[in-house]
Design a protein around this ligand. Structure first.
Ligand SMILES: Cc1cc2nc3c(=O)[nH]c(=O)nc-3n(C[C@H](O)[C@H](O)[C@H](O)COP(=O)(O)OP(=O)(O)OC[C@H]3O[C@@H](n4cnc5c(N)ncnc54)[C@H](O)[C@@H]3O)c2cc1C
Length: 537
């Protein structure tokens, strides 16, 4: 592995998760570029290297939570369950790295701290925390949308005498909860996966909830081998379907208003989706669910009833019943026995709206009414999503302008992949692209393929720089907001709008126009000679 040094290459890739691995392969092996990838973690895999908490798994079905660019890999790899567990995804990504011989160009344990565009040299000068200084024509960010964990600043946190962990930075050896009193702060998607597993082991589990969540059963399990065979034989169609779908899944909305469906009919449809499990209830529901509150309320009511049916104590059921925001406007958690877990005698729910956390003490967590004594405290408090990992790097474009300054009032980008004033910087699944509102491998592959095409075009035509125009960027940023504002999505206090991070500007960051239409738009832009971009020799 290269030691700290000054060097030059064609492209630097930041990050070695799904996106970084594929970007490295595509730029190096398709275009023949010299590429160096830097990864802050001690291993590759990104999300699946860091998020090792109990119950961690993908909520995307395994047959589509994978790369599709290599048809042989699709046929060879065997997933063991409907939703792959963290260790299996990590094994898969390591297998891909070995198969494509990627490791020799990845430097682990190295964080990119700065990147400055040298206008005279038309290249990026990239610095790392290990002292590397690399000059590269292209800078490809594969830093992930959910890689900068959010650790809320609780008074007294440093005084806690037990052990504390963040789900996004879980220790490699695991955590033994046997005979321990455990507290979990947060009830988002990670917490919903972890809580039922922790509750099985812990002596006592206290869950501190700010916002009740609309959970839907995952219905994980082994997949019938016949179904696996049928899917493998049908991959060409599946790939086409997910690439041109709205969310990167094999789901379509029901082209009818939920308000027009007869009550027995919609109960049957809801029940079918509920029984199928997975994202169907979220992404294949009646088309007006995310557009009008009246329609949304009908879907929400079905879920409210499920909670009441499952949770035995009516007071706890009430606390677990979401209120005050429309269904589907926060990341849909998929659960395995989440609501059932609150029927266990060793599990306690604390609503921190009623009894706020005042401080963390040496012995546990003190709310406005009492101290909860704990041996282990788990922060399931999510991430500074989308802009967080980019803003943590001092990226300086033309005139030395910092990206984090430019994005002070929210991200401005063209297609979520390029930023005016930052030539030759490509942001894979950046804000303003479908990113976290899609099955991400589909969006990652689309971005990497598009970036590879763009750099290929530059090299064939001897362009040294490509840069989004300010005009194209403004129009796209407005379009992203306009599409989001035509739905209910921005109305919730979600991480999609940055509401979980104090002081973060409230902007709906992902693009809601759909994976398929977005892909078409990107392809048209390329076919028209990179419309909205300035290309210069
Ligand atoms: C718990 C959890 C569950 C998820 N479930 C799903 C799911 O069901 N379906 C789905 O589609 N998506 C899911 N996601 C989103 C998931 O992040 C993506 O699917 C995918 O793994 C993203 O890959 P990536 O390479 O873009 O980013 P990441 O996997 O986040 O990798 C980015 C890498 O960049 C590195 N990095 C960041 N900044 C720097 C720097 N300055 N210098 C060096 N390295 C840096 C990070 O260390 C990280 O390893 C989930 C995310 C989480 C956290």
């Amino acid at each position: 592995m290269a030691s700290a040094q000054q060097s030059t290459c064609d492209a630097v890739v930041v990050g070695a998760g799904f996106a970084g691995l594929y970007a490295l392969h595509s730029l190096r092996d398709r275009l023949g570029l010299s590429v160096r990838a830097f990864e802050a973690g001690g291993g590759l895999g990104g999300t699946w290297y860091f998020n090792r908490y109990p119950g961690a798994r993908s909520d995307s079905d395994s047959y589509i939570y994978c790369y599709t660019f290599d048809r042989k890999l699709l046929q060879e790899w065997e997933w063991s369950e409907r939703y792959p567990e963290q260790p299996e995804i990590l094994r898969y990504l390591n297998h891909v790295a070995d198969r494509l011989d990627l490791r020799r160009d990845i430097q682990l344990d190295t964080r990119v701290t700065e990147a400055t565009f040298d206008e005279a040299g038309k290249a990026w000068v990239i610095r790392t925390d290990k002292g590397d200084v690399v000059t590269a024509r292209y800078l490809v960010s594969a830093v992930g949308c959910l890689s900068s964990s959010n650790q809320p600043a609780f008074k007294g946190a440093e005084t806690f005498l037990g052990r504390s962990y963040h789900t996004g930075h879980w220790p490699h050896g695991g955590v033994d909860f046997t005979a321990r009193r455990v507290g979990v702060i947060g009830t988002g998607a990670s917490a919903v996966q972890a809580i039922p597993v922790i509750a099985q082991q812990a002596k006592h589990l206290t869950v501190f909830q700010r916002t009740a969540n609309y959970c839907v059963p995952a219905r994980n399990g082994k997949v019938d081998p016949e179904k696996v065979r049928a899917r493998k034989a049908d991959y060409e169609r599946i790939i086409e379907a997910i690439r041109n779908s709205y969310f990167g899944f094999e789901y379509d909305f029901i082209m009818q208003s939920v308000l027009e469906a007869p009550p027995e009919e919609r109960e049957r449809v809801f029940t079918e989706m509920w029984d199928t499990g997975g994202f169907a209830f979220w992404l294949a529901n009646y088309q007006d669910m995310l557009f009008t509150r009246e329609a949304n309320d009908v879907c929400a009511e079905f879920l409210h009833n499920k909670i009441r049916e499952t949770v035995k104590d009516p007071a706890v059921a009430r606390m677990l019943t979401p209120a005050g925001y429309p269904y589907g406007t926060k990341r849909q958690p998929l659960d395995t026995n989440y609501f059932e877990t609150f029927n266990k005698p060793n599990v306690e729910l604390v609503d921190v709206n009623e009894t706020p956390i005042e401080e963390i003490t040496p012995r546990g967590v003190r709310t406005s009414t009492r101290e909860h004594e704990l041996d282990i405290l788990v922060f399931a408090t999510g991430f500074d999503a989308l802009t967080g990992p980019l803003n943590r790097i001092a990226i300086r474009g033309r005139g030395g302008r910092l990206l984090s300054d430019k994005w002070r009032d929210g991200p401005h980008s063209y297609l979520g992949v390029a930023v005016a004033g930052f030539p030759n910087l490509f942001t894979i699944t950046g804000p303003g692209s479908p990113s976290v509102l899609s099955n991400m491998p589909v969006s990652i592959e689309q971005h990497v393929d598009w970036i590879t095409g763009c750099i290929g075009h530059m090299r064939r035509n001897r362009f040294a720089t490509v840069e989004a125009t300010g005009d194209a960027e403004e129009r796209w940023t407005e379009h992203v907001a306009e599409v989001a504002n035509s739905t209910l999505m921005p109305t919730a206090n979600s991480w999609y709008v940055g509401a979980n991070i104090p002081g973060k500007p409230r902007v709906f960051m992902p693009y809601l126009g759909g994976v398929g239409p977005y892909r078409q738009k990107c392809n048209e832009i390329a076919a028209n000679g990179y419309e909205g971009f300035a290309l210069a020799p």
